[in-house]
Design a protein around this ligand. Structure first.
Ligand code: 5GP
Length: 180
């Protein structure tokens, strides 16, 4: 098993880049069909979503716009449950078809907060594309969570945009922690 170390922690290979690419290609096809004759505004949540956004957007063949915003950064390996302010919310949300692009949904607290804030700006529609979802960790159903790359178990993952203490975002594959 291919193992790596990020800072003090050991990780093993989980999802190879080729597997991720294939899944993103399918998500792109689905979005192209669902948003035919529309011009969605993709809003990526920084920092974690930047690689997912880059690869997803290359699969989008319909007219579209792209923006990024930021929530509080996630420190260490467990969710604090605290959600901080949203920074850089685009000002052209009203009447638009919005697709939020997330790296991973864990408890769902971050996403619930983002969805609520964006809905207050009266978009025409709102859906979420998340590369990863931990269904067992989800605290409440999120109706808008429509495009999911992979459902994973409650493990801490790193790579492909996801960090451990700021490190590992540059890894092309996704790795999981070998111990809790
Ligand atoms: P939630 O609010 O859903 O509990 O947490 C969502 C955020 O926590 C994600 O956007 C991500 O930044 C971070 N997060 C949750 N699980 C993981 C994980 O397994 N690995 C990494 N690197 N970040 C995670």
């Amino acid at each position: 098993m291919h193992k790596i170390k990020v800072e003090d922690r050991e990780f093993e290979i989980f999802l190879e880049n080729d597997t991720i690419s294939k899944r993103i290609r399918l998500l792109g096809i689905q979005i192209n069909v669902d948003y035919e004759n529309k011009c969605p505004l993709f809003i990526g949540i920084l920092n974690g979503s930047f690689l997912f956004m880059a690869d997803l957007i290359k699969e989008i063949k319909i007219p579209c716009e792209i923006a990024f915003m930021r929530v509080a950064s996630y420190e260490g390996a467990s969710s604090s449950g605290r959600v901080k302010e949203l920074i850089g919310l685009p000002d052209n949300i009203e009447g638009r078809d919005i697709i939020i692009v997330e790296d991973i949904v864990d408890t769902g607290l971050t996403l619930t907060h983002i969805v609520k804030t964006i809905k207050e700006k009266n978009p025409s529609s709102l859906k979420v594309a998340s590369l990863l979802l931990k269904p067992a960790a989800l605290k409440q159903e999120i109706e808008e969570l429509y495009y999911v790359g992979f459902e994973i178990s409650n493990e801490f993952v790193v790579g492909y945009g996801l960090d451990y203490n700021g490190l590992g975002r540059n890894l092309t594959d996704i790795y999981r922690a070998t111990e809790a």
